[in-house]
Design a protein around this ligand. Sequence first.
Ligand code: ZN
Length: 371
Amino acid sequence: MDNFVYSQPVKIYFGAGKLKELSSIAEQNGYKRGALISDKVFVNSGLAQSIQELTPCIAGIFSDFSPNPMLSEVVKAVEKLKQWQVDFVVALGGGSALDLAKFACSMAHAEYGIREYFFHRQEFSVKGLPLFAVPSTAGTGSEVTSVSVCNDDETGIKAPLAHKNFLPEIAIIDSELTISVPPHITASTGIDALSHALEALWSVNHQPICDLWAIHSCKLIFANLEKAYSDGNDAVARDNMSLAALFAGLAFSVTKTAGCHACSYPLSIDYKLSHGEACGFTLDSFVCLNAAAENSRLEALAREMGFCNAEALADRIFEMKKRMGMKCTLDECGIEDVDALCQKCISHPLMNNNPIKPDMSQMRQFFENLR
Ligand code: ZN
């Protein structure tokens, strides 16, 4: 018997070329003066400046931050937002621009120092500046989630922080922005989206509305990811991948992620795998492990997609990763100390969302199969 609450408060504008309507979207929603927080790559390419030309209400561009945003960089962004006296913020980029902007928007009206919030000693008690999230890749789903991942300058700690304040007010999803994404990033962000969808489906927090988002997202990814990987100019495949990443984001924003994301943190911190590659590393293995625990949703999805069972679906994911040149073995990742890795994976809080909580020997076996 189902028993759930569902809420999705982000207003979504979707369509190829949609970003060109930024000025009228701001006006329709009653905003007058904004800032653009953009990945440096779009300042170097001139896209950020042309957005500002098309959108006269953008008072300034901030791009002075690293791919793993630091708390000191969030503080610098907040100073700019205050100096420019803006009433909304647009974040354009992959994960890092959105992560930084979410935190900066909340800090613009905050009462305490940033580390007080990062280390959970304080809750945001006032609403931050409204954020328009514009993803430039099809993967993170960050445009519809309340999570920001930042790094503390002093301790080097990298941690996801979730707060309802961090939810963007508006998501503008424009697949034209993803046309220039190179193949290896198309692969890793697409596999990240597939992890979000599958983990939402098998999460212990799953619920019927998110199941629908997740199932549809999986189907779109299987039909379009390799097309977008092999021909970046395939506008239909790009558009479908943007839709798939959005649907996966809508699914996991409620259920949270599970085993693959739990393992992704030690893999990306200790072995420098990109987020998507780190999530994908264990994805097919978790399909096999979890199908045994809940042999209804996952098996049903596999059959609906034309596979004989979940294991065949896992094999297809493995082949897809290999064909797209992703790291698939311990050697390729340079992993030697399997025990230390296993310990970190099983003790990660996200593992509690997985339908099977592997013990040390199961986890060890799991990685030994990837030799
Ligand atoms: Zn992810």
